[in-house]
Design a binder for this molecule. Sequence first.
Ligand code: NAI
Length: 393
Amino acid sequence: MMDKSEVINLRSGVSTVGIIGAGTMGIGIAQVAATAGCEVFLFDTDQEQTEKSIRGLRATFEKLVSKSKITESEADEIMERIRPVVSLKDFSDADLIIEAIVENRDVKKKIFSELEDYVSEKCIISSNTSSISITSLSADLKNPERFIGIHFFNPAPLMPLVEIIPGLLTRGGLAEEIYALMKDWKKVPVIAKDIPGFIVNRIARPFYGEALRIVEENIAKSEQVDDAMKTLGNFRMGPFELMDLIGIDVNFSVTKTVYADYFFDPKYKPSLLQQRMSEAKLHGRKTGRGFYSYAENAEKPTPEKDEKLYEQIFMRIISMLINEAVEAKRLGLANDADIELAIQKGVNYPKGLLAWGEQIGFDKISETLQQLYDEYQEERYRQSPLMRKLIKN
Ligand code: NAI
């Protein structure tokens, strides 16, 4: 095992990391931090979950060792640096806390106020929330200046992007310190504004929302939507496959938060279909069934190919996504380069959306949106005021 002085990260001073929540994201972030050389303490109210996640990680490493992607001793060292703990009191030595529990504002706030009694004055506290305002999470802390959003993407060890989100009360300079730390952790960091969904989850909303609507309205089946996006758009995963990976409960919570936090802007209106799936606890891969079944011999339905329908599906979803990227540009949510980078490194889109708009033609995107707007008479399909300005004469 490495000596603590060897693993101390000089630029950020972060060598011991406490992670709260040992689910999909918590264990992934634990792997990233431990691989970078940090000591990691992992806490979950459900101790069985912590053990299950650690067992899962060990199995992943065994596969990586067998494929010679990592040596056995490297894998052992990383595993040794991840220690399960049973109480928040065990975080007294932590330099940085990353919370990755259920996406619920009140539950998160409760844990942060408890945590402040146990961690040192210098300890940085952060949340991996996908959508909840960082400012709101920090507001009741005794020292909100030390609080920041550090948002990883799923799966955390594979997706390079990390959004760093300072809230209104976060001290100046902390975002830059975390930026340096994330570089040391071999991540691609971008600094984002504290707006609902930050960069990626705001821009990517229609990938799920529009896909759900298409299925809800019986225009196509989920496997056809997935197939259309993969074959025409070169997306690695279709929207339904991705929702199953993210977790339908998590994706639904994010959608609801973004919708409510934008004061019920119809653009972000959640789907009843997703609500029903969530109610039924069909949460996707983690529960064995979501839009698809992950049971042992389960066969994936074969999509019925239909060229015209596929083109319609692709243009509808891609136009909505490009519209969001254009609006993000107009509002200066990040610079153009970061808007492009975020979506490719966070959710693996094959191209940046602004470049994609240019390629398809903003006139075509605008036309598609106008048709939807006329058909539905809904604000959901309104165009960014910048769209028409981008159309070349
Ligand atoms: P998950 O459901 O896989 O894991 C959450 C874990 O937190 C569970 O093991 C649960 O037992 C534990 N937990 C719940 N309440 C707790 C408490 N009070 N104290 C300690 N542990 C508690 O959820 P997942 O997907 O890992 O998401 C966690 C957070 O990360 C959420 O805020 C989510 O929005 C965010 N996130 C999720 C992504 C995804 O694709 N799933 C991507 C990026 C962020």
